[in-house]
Design a protein around this ligand. Structure first.
Ligand code: ASP
Length: 725
């Protein structure tokens, strides 16, 4: 009966724009099936998601360390982005065997390369726990108590859920606390690299092409998940066997053409469409410009220092890549917010809700909630600069972050597990330890020192109400280039935090042991940690207020909308419905939605980031297309655009056709669409995908990966289960 009502209520109300909405699996069933069919969905929506079992084809979409990915065979093969499994390639690369430049193809199963710390999460169940979470808040709780009660309840739900072996759970909050869902996933911990293209394919165009169109990047890689012989998830072992995937997406060798319907499935991380206009304006006025400024300074330092030293250049490469990505994203957000008049539009939309709610007694509480959210925003402004600096330590010297984290860990570990900050609970420590080990390859002392100086200079410039006491204590209250440089030299000269085995020993030590080391960087870290913890409490209280206020406001927004509204991204499984199509980025220009191998050749310059590898060049120049050319393009398609509603975290998302077959792999958005995090604009909302035919062309015409092609079912012959490659 309830479902009936939902269908009647929502069945006629369609999304405003076809592509808009990162729908939850449950919501897919609330959309009008006739509308979905008209869009191009050839499967009954229940095939995508069976509410009784709480699973379906959507569950073939997996989480790969914060990226997305998809099973593409019943024997555990997963396709994702090259940049998502880059650390496995890096782990097995050496100057003698440079897999990063050359790429890697496992000639048989034994040759597949295990990835240390690589994990794949396969969704198993989603349970609404809103009632349980709400009930945990004691009557009359103040905002900090509210936050802590909700956090505690989340931890307990997670602990209960994780009693099952090899299970990873999370309580996800939707619409600012309007709904809470317990997400239960199987954690596959034996993940092995099967294929990675050369970096010059996987990252073709580098930073220059990042967030842009036209694009010619082969940003894909293939891994395989393994389990114990009885099918249960297990750590790496030679005895393990390929994971039997219940749901997977077969490849569609015919690919796509303009106008085709596609779905992009994945784990979008965060978006901000549910924010108030003023909250958006705040991010526009303050947050993104500061990211560009602070991250930009770090980029300059790393580039300058890297240029002086070959090993240093390698060490800073991965940090540089992520800083560039964030900084360019921030510029894209600003450009898009201005171009799309997104804040202004949100103001108008909000005013309409306010007018509507004023006339409805059931929603007057929303008006008050909105006012209180705005007051909170103003209060935050007073210490914003300080909090930005402390909240973005990772953009600076890594040694400082390591030292502060060691201090926090030592202080948290003495508490009962349930009372620790979530990131220091037992369930996180294996990951944290891995990270502490892996960090070694990113450390480069000359760059570290300069980044520390930059941080200190910014901290010393803060106003009287925003001082960072740890900086004042260790570096004095005013900036002197010479004094700070000398102090940074002394700290890095004496510290053991950057020495791997010492750091791993510190990882286990108590606060007293850390103090006793009299390590100057650790001493700074210990003082900084005190401030980070105090700041956490301030932030928790604020978040408690938002948890009280936001649901009230959002209830009015949703009621006013009178149709299904997809919640903001929160790292949980979503699907977006889209069409392959180009767009006009500006007056007089139209971008077609497909690029080709000829385009790769046209960009080739012999120099990074447009240096096409020899073996790719040879096949492309000889026009050895095999069966992978597109009839209309008369060429092998490389990348394509669709109007799917994606964001960061959707990297590696399977892009599938109406029958649920893989036609591409999502890896980016276009420049004009970076600000879709704040609002969907159908004119420029385009995501960028690698065409499945480029994947197949690479495997076939460049790599001769016969066994893999057979396993993927696109080449006749024995072996569809990964045997005998
Ligand atoms: N490149 C992004 C990612 O890494 C995808 C996007 O932002 O559209 O998830």
């Amino acid at each position: 009966m309830k479902t009936m009502w939902l269908l009647l209520l929502w069945g006629v109300a369609l999304p405003v724009f076809a592509g808009e909405g990162k729908w939850t699996p449950q919501q897919v069933l609330e959309l009008d099936p006739a509308w979905l069919k008209a869009q191009g969905l050839k499967l009954p929506p229940q095939r995508l998601w069976d509410p009784k079992r709480g699973t379906g084809l959507l569950a073939g979409t997996v989480n790969v360390g914060g990226c997305s990915g998809a099973f593409i065979s019943s024997s555990g093969l997963v396709i994702t982005n090259h940049h998502c499994v880059f650390s496995i390639v890096q782990e097995h690369s050496s100057p003698q065997r440079d897999l990063i430049s050359q790429g890697f193809l496992a000639q048989n199963r034994e040759a597949e390369l295990p990835g240390k710390g690589a994990r794949i999460l396969v969704p198993r169940a989603f349970t609404d726990v809103t009632k349980e979470v709400r009930a945990a808040v004691p009557a009359g709780a103040d905002d900090l108590v509210r936050f802590k009660a909700i956090e505690r309840q989340q931890k307990e739900l997670v602990a209960g859920c994780e009693k099952r072996p090899a299970t990873r759970c999370q309580v996800a909050s939707f619409d600012g606390g309007s709904q809470y869902v317990l997400v239960d996933s199987v954690e596959l911990a034996d993940v092995r690299l099967v294929y990675a293209p050369p970096r010059a394919v996987g990252e073709f165009g580098g930073e220059e092409d990042n967030w842009m169109w036209p694009r010619h990047t082969g940003d894909f890689a293939i891994v395989r998940a393994y389990t114990a012989p009885d099918g249960s998830a297990a750590q790496y072992s030679e005895k393990n066997v390929p994971h039997k995937a219940e749901f997977f997406f077969p490849l569609a060798p015919q690919g796509v053409k303009p106008g085709d319907f596609v779905m992009v499935l994945g784990y979008p991380g965060i978006s901000f469409r549910g924010l108030l206009a003023e909250e958006m304006a705040d991010r526009q006025a303050r947050y993104y410009p500061r990211v560009i400024d602070v991250y930009g300074e770090s980029i300059r330092v790393l580039e300058e220092e890297g240029a002086k030293d070959a090993a240093g250049k390698i060490a800073v490469a991965s940090t540089l890549k992520s800083l560039h990505n964030r900084a360019k994203n921030a510029s894209g957000q600003l450009a898009g917010l201005a171009r799309g008049r997104i804040v202004e539009k949100q103001r108008e939309a909000e005013a309409a809700v306010v007018r509507w709610a004023e006339k409805r007694p059931a929603h007057v509480g929303a008006l008050r909630a909105r006012e209180d959210l705005l007051t909170g925003l103003k209060e935050e402004a007073r210490t914003w600069d300080r909090e930005f600096l402390l909240g973005n330590l990772r953009a600076g010297a890594r040694g400082v972050t390591l030292a502060a984290t060691l201090a926090q860990l030592a202080r948290e570990r003495v508490k009962p597990d349930m009372e620790r900050e979530p990131e220091f609970m037992e369930r996180e420590l294996v990951r944290l330890k891995d990270q502490f080990e892996r960090e070694q390859k990113n450390l480069f002392v000359p760059a570290e020192k300069r980044l520390l100086q930059a941080f200190v200079r910014r901290a010393q410039a803060l106003g009287p109400g925003e001082r960072i006491a740890a900086v004042d204590k260790h570096f004095g209250p005013t900036f002197s280039e010479k004094a700070v440089a000398a102090k940074a030299d002394a700290m890095y000269g004496a510290t053991k935090v950057l020495t791997l085995n010492e750091r791993m020993a510190m990882f286990q030590e108590s606060e007293a042991q850390l103090q006793a080391r009299q390590d100057p960087l650790l001493a700074f870290g210990l003082d900084l940690a005190t401030e980070l913890t105090a700041l956490d409490e301030v932030k928790d209280r604020r978040e408690g207020a938002r948890q009280r206020l936001r649901p009230e406001w959002r209830r009015a927004v949703l009621a006013h909308a009178g149709k299904p509204v997809a919640p903001d991204a929160n790292g949980t499984l979503r699907v977006t419905f889209a069409k392959v199509q180009g767009y006009s980025p500006r007056d007089g220009v139209f971008y077609t939605p497909q690029t080709t191998l000829s385009g790769v050749l046209a960009k080739h310059t012999d120099a990074e980031p447009f240096d096409v590898p020899e073996k790719v060049l040879a096949s492309a120049q000889a026009k050895r297309f095999g069966p992978w050319a597109d009839a209309a393009l008369k060429d092998v398609p490389v990348d394509f655009l669709a109007d799917a509603d994606t964001t960061g975290g959707n990297s590696g998302s399977p892009t599938v056709n109406g029958k649920g077959e893989l036609v591409g792999v999502n890896f980016d958005r276009v420049w004009e669409n970076v600000a879709n995090d704040f609002g969907y604009n159908p004119d420029v909302a385009r995501n960028v995908n690698v065409d499945v035919r480029y994947v197949l062309w690479m495997l076939d015409q460049v790599e001769n990966a016969e066994g893999l092609l057979r396993e993927l079912g696109v080449r006749k012959g024995p072996s569809v289960t990964g045997e005998g490659r």
